[in-house]
Design a protein around this ligand. Structure first.
Ligand code: ATP
Length: 377
């Protein structure tokens, strides 16, 4: 077992015209389970491939257990990688597939090898499949074999590259729990790449969010959800996504008055919340509010924002309301106006076309600098 450290890790392609990974700094503690998430092309796989030794960094260093392994050949790194497409040898048996990674260990007897494979197979519940070939197995079973093969190696670090993407939703949920159980049991430092923020949030001790090859934020899932560092993270984490409204801010007494950039929206933050934002003065900001922090009221209180119900989408315990915000004349109702979503209890069921009034749970209101996207804290 070992820590994993990335120092200013960088990967350029096409003579530097593509920066896939942009000076990434990351320290992962011994035994930690870290999920890496971000949109397609943000550099997740390239980062993982550099740790595995499948891709050479353009610059920067990689340490495992304090040892610089940047120039060590993939075969001699103590890492095991699990891929989305399983990467099993089709004509070898499951036993042979799982034992394959051990062939390099010359000091291991055939009996010992067999014993290690059997124990890993038992751990994954696939001991009855050892004589089969991959084509006889379901997708879920194949991924268990791939996981078993990684376990057999007893690596310092597990690397997972979207391992569950090819499985159906139900199996994916089961396998998520299994991978977590396994990682907890074995305590092996793990980096798990996914594009699915929900998977990243539920599985990781810690989540790393990348965009454009750059580290956006890292922290416990709840920290990142509650205190996103910037607008990108705020919009990426959480489902449905955070709502954003362009506003102009103005200090009024102890509070802050927010006006929608087109004038149709207005909201007052009281002194408590305004204090938390500090002295922001006037200027352009983006107001962020998560759908679950929107409160639907009966009539227009002091801070009520009128909204017209566009769509009511029941999702079981809750309803998602897609709203047009703004004045009663629906001045926000343009083709390209982004949807504003409220997540409300299932017994809040307005009709489409109803005019309702909403307000926000004030402690959960976020402000972002309109220019930089950085969160105001
Ligand atoms: P996805 O979720 O789609 O797999 P990702 O976050 O894993 O995306 P990478 O595959 O790491 O992203 O790619 C990062 C960037 O580097 C992308 O712009 C991609 O096109 C580019 N890239 C990756 N590999 C190569 C390569 N061999 N040659 C040129 N460009 C590459």
């Amino acid at each position: 077992m070992a820590s994993l450290e990335l120092n200013a890790l960088r990967k350029e392609f096409d003579g530097g015209s593509i920066v896939a990974v942009d000076d990434l700094e990351l320290f992962i503690e011994d035994g930690e389970f870290v999920t890496v998430v971000g949109p397609s092309g943000c550099g997740k796989s390239t980062t993982l491939r550099m740790i595995a030794g499948l891709e050479r960094p353009s610059s920067g260093r990689i340490h495992i257990g304090g040892n610089d392994i940047t120039d060590v050949h993939a075969r001699h790194r103590d890492v095991a990688m699990v891929f989305q497409n399983y990467a099993l040898y089709p004509h070898k048996t499951i036993q042979q597939n799982m034992a394959f990674g051990l062939r390099m260990s010359t000091d291991m007897s055939a009996e010992e090898r067999e014993q290690r494979v059997y124990e890993a197979a038992e751990m994954m519940g696939i001991e009855d499949l050892l004589d089969d070939t991959p084509e006889e197995l379901s997708g879920g079973q194949k991924q268990r074999v791939a996981l078993g093969r990684a376990i057999v190696r007893e690596p310092d670090v597990f690397l997972f590259d979207e391992p569950l993407s090819n499985l159906d939703a139900k199996l994916r949920t089961t396998m998520r729990t299994e991978i977590q159980r396994l990682q907890e049991e074995l305590g092996i430092t793990s980096v798990y790449v996914t594009h699915d923020q929900e998977e990243a949030m539920t599985m990781g001790d810690r989540i790393v969010i990348l965009n454009d090859g750059k580290l956006q934020q890292t922290g416990k899932p709840t920290e990142v959800y509650q205190n996103p560092a910037n607008q990108f993270v705020a919009g990426f984490v959480g489902s449905p996504s955070m709502n954003f409204i362009d506003v102009e801010a103005e200090s009024v007494g102890d509070g802050i008055h927010l006006t929608g950039s087109d004038g149709a929206f207005s909201y007052d933050l009281t002194s408590g919340r305004a204090d938390a934002f500090g002295d922001i003065g006037g200027g352009s900001y983006v107001l962020g509010i998560r759908p679950e922090h929107v409160v639907v009221g009966e009539d227009g209180g002091q801070n009520a924002v009128p909204a017209t119900v566009d769509v009511v989408e029941p999702v079981g315990s809750d309803n998602y309301l897609y709203l047009d915000l703004g004045s009663e004349s629906r001045s926000f109702d343009t083709e390209d106006a982004p949807d504003f979503i409220a997540r409300v209890p299932a017994d809040v069921e307005p009709e489409v076309g109803d005019l309702i009034h909403i307000s926000f749970e004030e402690s959960s209101v976020h402000l972002f600098d309109a220019q930089t996207g950085e969160a105001v804290t």
